[in-house]
Design a protein around this ligand. Structure first.
Ligand SMILES: [Mg+2]
Length: 306
């Protein structure tokens, strides 16, 4: 393998947006609830996301601790005592190493990293971008083989040479080049305070939020995170003089509701605003599908070169 893979300059422009839970990994994070006992008392119970989905509308037998929903989802946020997202990712990866089936987009993330392509993690959790980034680093460390890591580094140097004009002998250490790559990717946990503040400060989303129902707000947040990444890719292409090239951006999520709302957002807004970009949505909700995903495409399909 070459030290600098110069062939990346003639490669397609494909980027990915990944939902994390049950799309990349089946995380062990528990929702803290209380359950009504026969004697009329409430007992604390930790529920998996799958069980929670079944009982969430059962307001008679289940309630968040003391009626506080934020408390119920405390494990989906950062804590000073425990690096929640990193440690839960570690546990999920250990189960895969022991033979458990990974999430449907696990191998797509692995390939994206190996190829050194830009990506975004978009999740309904409440962690800081750094917490998500630490988990991606752990994924690289423990999932990619040594050969795949070397391939990733060769590709990263190729992109640096081509897009940033870094010459032979000017590359940083592997750790520095990996830092640079990971800093170019996006990590959006949409219930994180910093994310919510950024969204509320955006003029378009200020207006959208003002008229949105409570249930539509998480979907709006995912929209905002997706638009953010698409703009980021667009600016990167413009800066490097590659706007005319055929570009595709994929989005994968195992939640049918998200797939539906993101698809309609792409059709009604994004594909019109970014005419040269092809959008591909992967619905990974059906675990019985062999590849675990269904594909729907929106946006410009008739560009030369496709
Ligand atoms: Mg999910």
């Amino acid at each position: 393998m070459s030290y600098v893979n110069t062939a990346v300059a003639s490669r397609d422009f494909k980027y990915y947006i990944f939902d994390w839970d049950d799309n990349i990994l089946h995380m062990p994070t528990k929702i803290r609830m209380e359950r009504l006992e026969k004697d009329g008392s409430w007992r604390p119970v930790d529920l998996s996301t799958a069980t929670f989905a079944l009982v969430r509308s059962d307001g008679v037998n289940y309630r968040p601790p003391g009626g506080d929903w934020q408390e119920a989802f405390r494990n989906f946020e950062d804590s000073p005592k425990r690096d929640n997202f990193l440690e839960d990712t570690r546990a999920a990866l250990a189960r895969i190493a022991a033979g458990e089936k990974p999430g449907p987009s696990f191998n797509a993330l692995r390939k994206t990293l190996r190829e050194g392509r830009l990506f975004a993690i978009v999740t309904a959790r409440g962690h800081s971008p750094d917490a998500l980034k630490r988990a991606v680093r752990l994924f690289i460390d423990s999932v990619l083989t040594d050969e795949e890591k070397a391939e990733m580094m060769s590709n990263l140097r190729g992109y640096r040479q081509w897009l940033d004009g870094v010459g032979d002998g000017e590359f940083g250490t592997d750790a520095e080049e990996l830092d640079y790559y990971l800093s170019m990717c996006r990590y959006s946990a949409v219930t994180y305070e910093g994310f919510k503040r950024r969204m509320a400060a955006d003029p378009i989303y200020q207006e959208k939020l003002a008229v949105a129902s409570t249930s539509a707000k998480p979907e709006l947040a995912k929209e905002f995170a997706i638009r953010d990444f698409v703009e980021h890719v667009f600016h990167m292409l413009r800066r490097s003089g590659n706007l005319g090239r055929a570009v595709s951006i994929g989005f994968s999520d195992d939640d049918k509701g998200n797939v539906k709302s993101v698809s309609s957002y792409i059709r009604s807004e994004l594909s019109k605003r970014f005419e040269g970009i092809k959008f591909v949505v992967y619905d990974t909700s059906d675990r019985s599908l062999s590849k675990g995903r269904k594909v729907c495409v929106s946006g410009q399909l008739n560009l030369p070169g496709f």
